[in-house]
Write a protein that binds this ligand. Structure first.
Ligand code: NDP
Length: 340
């Protein structure tokens, strides 16, 4: 085993209570825990960046879902990148950069086969965003689930966020005739058209989504990438053309609701228009990873794809970053820099 001088304890964020509606800081606890030296086949990682993601809100509820709920009194798992500081595993050396799923903690001891070594020629946090889970969600959702074809018109909600900002840019780079995005502030709307190359964008807080979408895409859309649900989905069903597709990726408008959502009330339109509405989980699409990294990495290298990040500095501000994400405090991928 190779190792540097290691601390005996590190900080972790635990789930302290299950929220009703919007989560609050008191639902989390900052805990000092022993740092475990790696056993045979394990590595010890010092995290550099943590991911905070909307799906984590669902895991705070004690309900059966596609991922098990977080346990009370246990660490909030999730994407993290860092460097190996001690290794008892073949093929991993001190200093190696790795991606893993052990989440909101300063130090993680894990089986080496649960870590993915990443190339640190790129900024490490890219593997949590543009080249990571959210980037792949956008790529697979638009191309594989949505069956996007060049010349089609695309609408994406949550357009200034991690997934949405990639969806719009990939659509444009793959030859969309029109890319429309919606977001929750005028500043985000400006960024979409002026920096990310969207053709049209609107602020969903400025008026009914259906009206703003009709103005943005008077001839309708072929693909709707749904990050939001509710009113957005209803508006998109109205705007989709014959044989249109809606990719149901997320429904963030209702993650903190305590009563069932209304709508979409116009679902019957899907019959006559022969629409396809299909749910997606990124986990089903990891076979696309090499093609995704090659194409998106290429666009990044050529400077044709802008990847926005909002980095909250400091491990102690992880909860603030997560709660901010749910309210739209981010543009692009929301991240925490552990040492900020
Ligand atoms: P984002 O970076 O998009 O952050 C969340 C954004 O949601 C906020 O910035 C905010 O932006 C927006 N938002 C919050 N409340 C509302 C609301 N009531 N109406 C409209 N927008 C709202 O997160 P991600 O890119 O990581 O995730 C986007 C969506 O994709 C989420 O729904 C997530 O659950 C889903 N997802 C699904 C995956 C899958 O496998 N199916 C994988 C990854 C993500 P604004 O200021 O514009 O309101």
């Amino acid at each position: 085993m190779t190792e540097q001088t290691l601390p005996s304890t590190g900080r972790e964020w635990h789930l302290a209570a299950r929220p009703q509606g919007w989560p609050v800081p008191e639902d989390f606890a900052l805990v000092e825990a022993p740092v475990q030296a790696p056993a045979a086949g394990q590595i010890l990682v010092r995290n550099e960046y943590l991911s905070v993601d909307p799906y984590m809100r669902g895991r705070m509820n004690d309900v059966k879902s596609y991922v098990p709920p977080f346990r009370l009194g246990a660490v909030m798992d999730g994407g993290a990148v860092g460097r190996v500081v001690a290794s008892a595993a073949k093929g991993f050396a001190v200093g190696d950069a790795v991606l893993h799923g052990l989440g909101w903690r300063e130090y993680a001891t894990l089986d080496a086969d649960k870590a993915i070594r990443v190339d640190d020629a790129l900024p490490l946090q890219s593997y949590l965003g543009v080249l990571g889970m959210t980037g792949l969600t956008a790529y697979a959702g638009l191309l594989e689930v949505g069956g996007f074809q060049p010349g089609e018109a695309v609408f994406v909600s949550g357009a200034a966020g991690a997934v949405g900002s990639m969806v719009g840019q990939i659509a444009k780079l793959r030859g969309a005739s029109l890319v429309v995005g919606s977001a929750g502030s005028d500043e985000k709307v400006r960024m979409l058209t002026e920096e990310l190359g969207f053709d049209v964008a609107f602020n969903y807080r400025n008026g009914p989504v259906a009206e703003q979408l009709a103005k943005a895409a008077p001839e309708g859309i072929d693909v709707y990438f749904d990050n939001v649900g509710g009113e957005h989905l209803e508006a998109a069903i109205g705007a989709l053309r014959l044989k249109g597709r809606a990719v149901l990726c997320g429904a963030i408008a209702q993650y903190n609701d305590t009563t069932p959502p209304v709508g979409p009330r116009n679902l019957a339109l899907a019959i006559g228009k022969r629409l396809r509405l299909e749910g997606m989980l990124v986990g089903d699409h990891y076979a696309l990873q090499p093609a995704f990294v090659a194409e998106v990495g290429g666009w990044m290298a050529e400077g044709r794809l802008v990847f926005e990040e909002t980095v909250v500095e400091g491990f102690d501000r992880t909860v603030e970053a997560f709660l901010g994400l749910l309210r739209g405090a981010n543009t692009g991928k929301m991240l925490v820099r552990v040492d900020g």
